[in-house]
Design a protein around this ligand. Structure first.
Ligand SMILES: Cc1cc2nc3c(=O)[nH]c(=O)nc-3n(C[C@H](O)[C@H](O)[C@H](O)COP(=O)(O)OP(=O)(O)OC[C@H]3O[C@@H](n4cnc5c(N)ncnc54)[C@H](O)[C@@H]3O)c2cc1C
Length: 461
């Protein structure tokens, strides 16, 4: 008889857990996956996928507005939020079913239940039944974090609820300056809501390149989104179906919804981690792991958002795959977290990879910045007041392009391809040697010849 019920017990059927389960099963492991909510996890059920569907929906408003310059007359355009939400929910249900089938096809078994540790090798399910496992993978993801317990916090929604609102709010206050807050601000504004963003920092998108931050802010403001920085929501009052947000600057805003997107915390609570002796990383509150995603307990691993390293779906998937290959496929694989491309699906979109100007200057004594700002061709006929901004950050010592930052249509699509070049350590000379593809906005990436700024630092004496 086998010593353990399964070779691998995965807690969480999200992006990372599902990939790890399928790959481990493919290597011949006996795998069980516990999922307490819906297969597919945050990305599929209440993250990237439904978010992008709403982004695409809200973008139609811009397409309709732009059409006149191209000769189109669109007599009337009406938007119905419940139709979009129902269609989105149907697609999410289809994806959830596909995730379930794919895991089962791989030979792994799914249990629809919460799972918690009894000890390092034993898990307890919601039914009270226990399962013993040789290895355990914690892939429990993260959840919205509302921050301080301000008065009226119970009236505040997160992105989870925003996906299921029965009606489109005519006015909404969104607290947060990160990508989720800004994406929802643009989604609601696109559908015609009056949106106010409240953010405690001095500018939105902390950690992004300063040119990106400045340009996106002004582009969002031009669309009518109000962005209040340097203040916070201190209290929320309810009056029937209306809310008043009281801000730290003394002002107040009336709205039909108040949403917070001010951060997410790793799902580590009530997992029984103490019974298994799994350590938490004191710096970020996630599960502490080494470069193989192994926790403080040798047979227990953790991947994805629960480790609070880089909270993105493709990262969770890569970590899950690397874990399964290393532990069950006899291949020694570490995940390289450098130069991960990322996007903000705001309107306009942001795509970015590598170092910001400030980060590059902190690392190198010679940094060249190439910049362009252009009116996209479409805007010449549509009349839309918009510009595309692109920056290349070049390490002047090696000539390597160490960062690229784009704001404009299709920035996410463009940056995925640029990320290959950055990852391969392409030089500015390699970019220059590439012939432009005309007429595109992206051709600017290979035609910027003169640095807009050169930062030289004297070696320390
Ligand atoms: C609004 C929003 C938009 C996003 N947009 C993007 C984007 O555009 N691009 C991108 O790359 N990333 C995006 N993300 C981030 C992305 O969704 C996450 O990084 C990714 O889902 C992490 O995968 P994971 O496997 O670590 O965890 P998750 O996908 O969160 O999966 C964890 C699963 O574990 C389950 N679970 C938790 N505890 C237990 C337990 N004890 N027992 C059983 N099951 C349990 C949960 O129900 C969940 O299904 C977005 C996130 C949000 C919230």
């Amino acid at each position: 008889m086998a010593e353990f019920d399964v070779d691998l017990f995965v807690i969480g059927g999200g992006s990372g857990g599902v990939r790890a389960a399928r790959i481990a099963a493919g290597h011949g492991a006996r795998v069980m996956v516990a999922e307490e909510y819906r297969m597919g996890g945050t990305c599929v059920i209440r993250g990237c996928v439904p978010k992008k569907l709403l982004v695409l929906g809200s973008h139609v408003r811009h397409e309709i507005a732009d059409a006149a310059g191209f000769g189109w007359t669109i007599a009337s355009a009406n938007f119905d939020w419940p139709t979009l939400i129902a269609n989105k929910d149907r697609e999410i249900a289809r994806l959830e079913a596909a995730y379930t089938v794919n895991v089962e096809k791989s030979g792994a078994r799914i249990v629809k239940s919460r799972a918690v540790f009894e000890n390092a090798h034993r898990l307890r399910l919601g039914t009270g039944e226990t399962v013993s496992a040789k290895h355990v993978l914690i892939a429990t993801g993260g959840a919205p974090n509302h921050g301080r317990m301000i008065p009226g916090i119970e009236h505040v929604i997160s992105s989870n609820e925003a996906f299921h609102l029965p009606e489109l709010p005519r006015r909404i206050v969104i607290q947060g300056g990160g990508y989720i807050a800004l994406e929802f601000a643009c989604i609601f504004a696109g559908f015609g809501s009056d949106v106010t963003v409240v953010y405690r920092g001095d500018n939105i998108l902390r950690g992004f390149d300063d040119d990106v931050r400045a340009h996106l802010r002004s582009a969002m403001e031009k669309q009518g989104i109000t962005i209040l920085t340097g203040c916070t929501v201190e209290k929320v009052d309810r009056h029937g179906n209306e809310y008043t947000s009281h801000l730290s600057n003394g002002s107040s805003i009336a709205s039909e919804k108040v949403m917070f997107a001010i951060g997410r915390h790793p799902n580590v609570a009530n997992l029984g981690l103490e019974k298994a002796d799994v350590a938490i990383n004191p710096n970020n509150g996630g599960i502490a792991v080494n470069e193989y995603s192994q926790t403080s307990v040798p047979n227990i691993y953790a991947i994805g958002d629960v480790t609070h390293r880089v909270n993105l779906t493709p990262v969770a998937i890569r970590e899950g795959h690397a874990f399964a290959d290393t532990v069950f496929g006899k291949r020694d694989i570490k995940v390289d977290h450098a130069d991960i491309p990322t996007a903000v699906f705001s309107q306009p979109e942001v795509g970015t990879v590598g170092l910001t100007e400030a980060q590059a200057r902190a690392r190198s004594s010679h940094v060249d910045i190439y910049k362009t700002s252009l009116r996209p061709m479409k805007a010449t006929l549509s009349g839309r007041d918009t510009r595309v901004v692109m920056n290349l950050v070049v390490d002047g010592l090696s000539d390597c392009v160490v960062g690229c930052h784009i704001v404009g249509d299709d920035a996410a699509e463009i940056i995925q391809a640029v990320a290959i070049a950055v990852k391969m350590k392409a030089t500015k000379a390699d970019f220059d040697a590439t012939i432009a593809l005309h007429p595109t906005a992206a051709e600017e990436l290979v035609t910027m010849r003169t640095p807009a700024a050169r930062h030289l630092r004297q070696a320390a004496e």
